[in-house]
Design a binder for this molecule. Sequence first.
Ligand SMILES: [Zn+2]
Ligand SMILES: [Zn+2]
Length: 179
Amino acid sequence: MDSNLKLKKQVHQEFMEYLTLHKQRKTPERFAVLDHIYSTKGHFDVDSLYKSMLERSFRVSRATLYNTIDLLLDCGLVVKHQFGGNMSKYERSYGNENHNHVICTTCGEVREMENDDLLTPAQLKKIRKFTVNYYSMYIYGTCSKCTHAKNMKLRRLTRQSNKGKANKGKKQPTTKGKR
Ligand SMILES: [Zn+2]
Ligand SMILES: [Zn+2]
């Protein structure tokens, strides 16, 4: 069987059990949301999920999306990320385990990075009284684009304030280039 199909069957089963255990309704919409999340890789927020479902002609209300995501978070089929910024980002959790997130705190870009060799099996064994299924890290910093943009801006402002000193008394295009 196709591995993605197998995965989808597995998560479908899990969600079914969860809904039964928690006496929640098993609506086709909820399963459509689950299926859609497991058909696409990567991070999403409620808006992007809503749009991408519309593109495939699934009309599900935002209220249903929020409600279903809450259920999926609760049963562990979806994880919520803290990437900084004010919009919550989500990601499917199964079949997607071994990666870290490299996050630029300036522009918010998130890159994924395989983490197979960040922790050795010996290091993992040192986590006592605990069975590690998977792990994931958030690595915060500045991407090369933002570093470059910052340097360019700094250079421009320095040049402006130097010119400002040279042309003292003349009209300035910008107000106070000094920091
Ligand atoms: Zn950046
Ligand atoms: Zn990710």
